[in-house]
Write a protein that binds this ligand. Sequence first.
Ligand code: FAD
Ligand code: FES
Length: 365
Amino acid sequence: MSTIIMTTISLSIISAAFAFLLTLADRTIGDYGEVKLVINHEKEYIVKGGDSLLSTLRNEKVFIPSACGGKGSCGYCKVQVLEGGGPILATELPFMSQEDLEKNIRLSCQLKVKEDIKIQIPEELFNVREYDGLVESIIDLTDVIKMLRIRLPKGEEINFKPGQYVQLKAPIYEGSTEEVYRAYSIASSPLSKDYIDLVIGYVPQGIATTYVHFHLREGDTVNINGPYGDFYYQDNEREMIMVAVGTGVAPILSILRYMKEMNIKRKARFYFGARTTKDLFMPDFFRELEDSLYDFKFIPCLSREPADSGWDGFRGRVNNAIDQFLEDGENKEAYLCGSEAMINSVVEALKKKGISEDLIYYDKF
Ligand SMILES: Cc1cc2nc3c(=O)[nH]c(=O)nc-3n(C[C@H](O)[C@H](O)[C@H](O)COP(=O)(O)OP(=O)(O)OC[C@H]3O[C@@H](n4cnc5c(N)ncnc54)[C@H](O)[C@@H]3O)c2cc1C
Ligand code: FES
């Protein structure tokens, strides 16, 4: 009997000691204390170690581009590490060129800040700001695409180039336990600095788009930060070939609105790809631009419009329309926005016409 009691007591003591050690380990391993973060040799921050570099910077209101919300799948969050940061991780390697590796470029969402670290980022990222905007209106453009107008707080402005994007925060909501950030192109003109329009399509089971389509209401506050991106209007005299499918129209809208307001005298052609007339949003707006812009043609391309619908516009994909309508690539540049597959096929079609790859700008959604 006494042996059983002794064994029970011993086991209890061992279990308690084990639990204590586990708690201690949990508190100490992963607790990196305070570390020093130095940016561009001049800005110093004392930060709590252990978080990703991307989150650590965001906590200090320094915003690095990110399209996947830190999942390591977009490759947008690259930062040059001058000192600290440890060895590069396997999850970062697929995004790194030989030059990136030589310069010690890292994915800031993958790198954990465990020691003092020195980094170099482009100066313009210090202009990226965070805003709590008011959702002034939500309009259905199609069954699955909404346009949001987000009014910035009184007295605040956003300065961006037409074509750039912001990151929108989807907070925790019923059905989602994660706070995530996603990239959305600004669809409004940069001359309107006190609000932005976003065009957001619904992705089934998508965290941010479910939030926008089913939880966000007019009058709510949303958190955004930006602007970001190197896809934007280039100021020159070349003819512009714009190609977009679905929500890829958003940055093109911004560019066209800007051209109209600035009365820019450039030849421009816009190929808008959609499946049916139901997916072709704002057609009247684009048709009106044929009158109000200097030399503009709107070319809607429908890939799955029923044969008997009476549609007398182009039937087929945007790359087929380029094969058919674009004469040559002489003195032309292109702006493409949409899925990777669409971009790849359009780049091929444009190259066949003689447009050189460095004059083809795109954002892959
Ligand atoms: C520079 C840039 C600008 C962008 N601008 C816009 C914009 O103006 N409007 C807009 O609607 N989107 C835009 N996007 C896409 C956007 O950032 C999100 O990726 C998209 O809204 C899905 O987010 P989510 O959180 O709802 O889906 P997630 O929770 O990230 O994804 C859920 C699942 O859906 C898959 N998935 C994600 N996107 C798609 C898709 N498009 N089609 C099919 N499956 C998908 C994912 O692989 C995942 O399996 C842009 C992306 C980039 C990189
Ligand atoms: S890879 Fe997308 S944020 Fe880092």
